[in-house]
Design a protein around this ligand. Structure first.
Ligand code: V47
Ligand code: SF4
Length: 359
């Protein structure tokens, strides 16, 4: 009888789907290099030696939030000292700086502000598009879409269409956390349910927008919660094909209120990234978000099935408020160098994975 790795080598080579039980067995295995080689082979079959990155800028438009997710060190209640909300002028200025720095994408998310009207978010998208119609606006999570529908007293579908009309180009993958209810009840009890997150993303994909999917790991979840999370994403992707990349986000514990959480070690991070590549056979891209992983693990992940290093980012707040010790931004030259040193071909892409330049 074949052992786990013989069975999975066979499956990966024949592009056959890995079961939940097999993904669980991989999480429970300590053979990191064997897991990594399976993931690297699955990635080679899909993407060869190409590793993507983009030149982008994050704009976190407000940190004021009505929710109090225990893992979040970014959010503030209205009236708290460190709370801020950017005015449209400030957003315009950041978008102009991004264009001057060669950015092709603005990645914008924020807290659920108690008083901003829905019109503000439409104006924000319009403002960025006015700076440069070529600038791709990747903004808002399913959590924000649900909130906008409440404050505008319209359906989520109407919200999505209005944002699309204003110039929204795609959506990032945040807010998914861990989809399982028991975990969600502990880490983000006020947030929309996992089922609602999936329902809204399905609408987003049907409206013709691409999105990403994230998984926040390394807090209170266990391996079966991670596999359950990825299974639901794989099922949705089978139905819509609307996900571009999967991004496992390593939990940063500083200034958070998750009891007993210690953060993520290198082995666990590489395992999570590699297993997602092996399990999510219908996702083209697995992204190592260096802000949460640190540059060294993000680079090493390129040998563990990862084919995307996200972007230059600039002024990241969510991870840094929670103690991430990565830089605030990295230059294009540094990303290119990191990719080359991993023996791969750096490819600058736009948000929708059109290749802009092969280095
Ligand atoms: O949804 C919050 C996470 C997400 C912490 O789609 C934390 O291209 C770690 O979704 N430790 C927002 N993570 C960021 C995000 C993202 C980032 C990069 C690229 C893309 C993309 C999406 O950050 C939140 C939440 O899951 N988060 N607090 C923390 N302490
Ligand atoms: Fe608010 Fe998002 Fe932070 Fe939760 S993760 S508290 S919804 S900003």
């Amino acid at each position: 009888m074949k052992n786990l790795f013989e069975t999975l080598t066979d499956k990966v080579s024949k592009k056959q789907r890995v079961t939940d039980a097999e993904a669980m067995a991989l999480f429970e295995s300590n053979d990191l290099l064997a897991i990594g080689e399976l993931a690297a082979e699955a990635n080679r079959k899909k993407n060869g030696g190409r590793v993507y990155f983009n030149v982008n800028r994050h704009i976190n438009y407000t940190n004021v939030c009505v929710n109090q997710c225990t893992f979040c060190a970014f959010s503030k209640l209205e009236g708290e000292d460190d709370g801020y909300t950017l005015a449209l002028d400030g957003i315009r200025k950041k978008a102009q700086e991004a264009v001057a720095a060669g950015a092709t994408e603005i990645h914008s998310v924020g807290g659920l502000h108690p008083r901003l009207p829905f019109e503000f978010y439409l104006d924000m998208v319009r403002t960025i598009k006015t700076v440069s119609p070529q600038l791709h606006v990747k903004a808002f999570t399913a959590v924000e879409i649900d909130y906008f529908s409440k404050i505008s007293k319209t359906s989520t579908l109407e919200v999505i269409h209005a944002l699309q009309e204003a110039g929204l180009g795609s959506m990032p993958g945040g807010g998914a956390e861990i989809l399982n209810k028991e975990v969600r009840d502990k880490i983000c009890p006020e947030k929309i349910s996992g089922e609602r997150w999936l329902e809204i993303i399905e609408q987003v994909h049907h409206a013709g927008l691409k999105s990403n999917a994230t998984m926040l790991f390394g807090h209170l979840e266990n391996y079966s919660d991670r596999v359950d999370h990825m299974r639901r994403l794989r099922e949705l992707q089978d139905r819509t094909g609307g996900f571009q990349s999967f991004i496992p986000l390593a939990f940063q514990p500083d200034n958070t209120r998750v009891p007993g959480a210690k953060g993520v070690g290198g082995v666990d991070a590489l395992k999570a990234l590699a297993i997602s590549r092996i399990y999510l056979d219908n996702f083209q891209h697995i992204k190592a978000y260096w802000v949460m992983l640190g540059m060294k693990i993000a680079q090493t992940a390129l040998c563990f099935g990862v084919n995307d290093l996200d972007g230059t980012v600039i002024e990241e707040q969510i991870g840094h408020d929670a103690g991430a010790d990565s830089p605030q931004e990295i230059g294009k030259d540094r990303i290119i160098n990191l990719i080359r040193k991993a023996g791969k071909t750096p490819v600058e892409r736009d948000t929708l994975y059109q290749e802009l330049k092969v280095y």
